[in-house]
Design a protein around this ligand. Structure first.
Ligand SMILES: [Fe+2]
Length: 269
């Protein structure tokens, strides 16, 4: 499996603090069956500046530390979770944004959680004109989309892809995020499942449980595609086919998932 959203680089955002924690995350991911992780520290000017060069430097540091121990066997690639800002197209043109795998093709885009961002659709369109496909980070936790799933459908029609957080599907971010993630699955609006892991214990880098939950809605093949073929295509810089809308199973889905995974808590962000 491939994890496209992960805060494992040490000491540069609210993710792993020390290299030892990074290595522990890599060991956990490996045991879960993850073989590639894109390190996506926050890139948010004034909060987490994290210029491209620093991210590349930290990735090199982690790769070096992996050698010859249990954390080996998981490829770590550069990336960033880039916060929405009006100047993104300018920064993209200047080559200062960090894209998924540093390939210049896909941008993991973080929208404000609560306020309604100005001109989201316009931004998505501008990025597409620059040849960059926005990959929307966890829309199931973004108020703008939660208010109306049709807004998300509109963003996808504009060419954006979506990434849902694994623990949203299993209920750890509460019933609202889970219900929205399930609606996304039913509407064929979910393209990638990733961990958005921040540490080894509270938000660990595991995908299996979420894939199992997603499979109850869209079937095993489609669920695996969200952690295998689709992220692979993204890392190969290829276009992702959205595919046909899957038909959801009849009734009782939420109760089946609750029975399987328990009720969701309301953890910190
Ligand atoms: Fe994140």
């Amino acid at each position: 499996m491939i994890d496209l959203h992960n805060h494992l680089l040490p000491g540069i955002d609210d993710g792993a603090r020390k290299l030892e924690e990074t290595l522990e995350c890599l060991r956990i991911a490996r045991r879960d069956g993850v073989r590639t992780i894109v390190a996506t520290p926050h890139m948010k000017p004034g909060v987490y500046d994290n210029p491209r060069e620093i991210i590349l430097e930290r990735v090199a540091l982690v790769r070096e530390a992996q050698k010859g121990n249990e954390a080996e066997g998981v490829a770590v690639l550069p990336g960033a979770e880039v916060y929405f800002a009006a100047d993104l197209p300018q920064r993209a043109r200047a080559g200062t944004l960090m894209t998924v795998g540093d390939l210049g093709k896909y941008l993991l885009l973080e929208l404000p959680y609560q306020q309604i961002p100005m001109r989201v659709e316009d931004m998505l369109f501008q990025l597409r004109l620059l040849g960059i496909t926005p990959l929307l980070a966890h829309p199931e936790r973004v108020a703008y989309y939660l208010a109306d799933i049709e807004r998300l459908a509109a963003s996808v029609r504009l060419g954006a892809l979506t990434q849902v957080t694994a623990s949203s599907i299993t209920g750890k971010f509460g019933d609202k995020a889970r219900a929205f993630a399930l609606s996304m699955l039913e509407r064929n609006l979910l393209h990638v499942i990733a961990t958005d892991s921040h540490d080894a214990s509270y938000r660990p880098p595991v995908l299996t449980e979420a894939v199992r939950a997603a499979a109850l809605v869209v079937g095993e093949t489609a669920a695996r595609r969200m952690v295998e073929e689709t992220p692979r295509a993204i890392l190969d810089g290829k276009e992702v086919e959205a595919g046909d809308a899957p038909s959801p199973p009849r009734g009782g889905l939420l109760s089946r998932l609750r029975a399987a995974f328990g009720r969701g808590g309301r953890p910190r962000r």
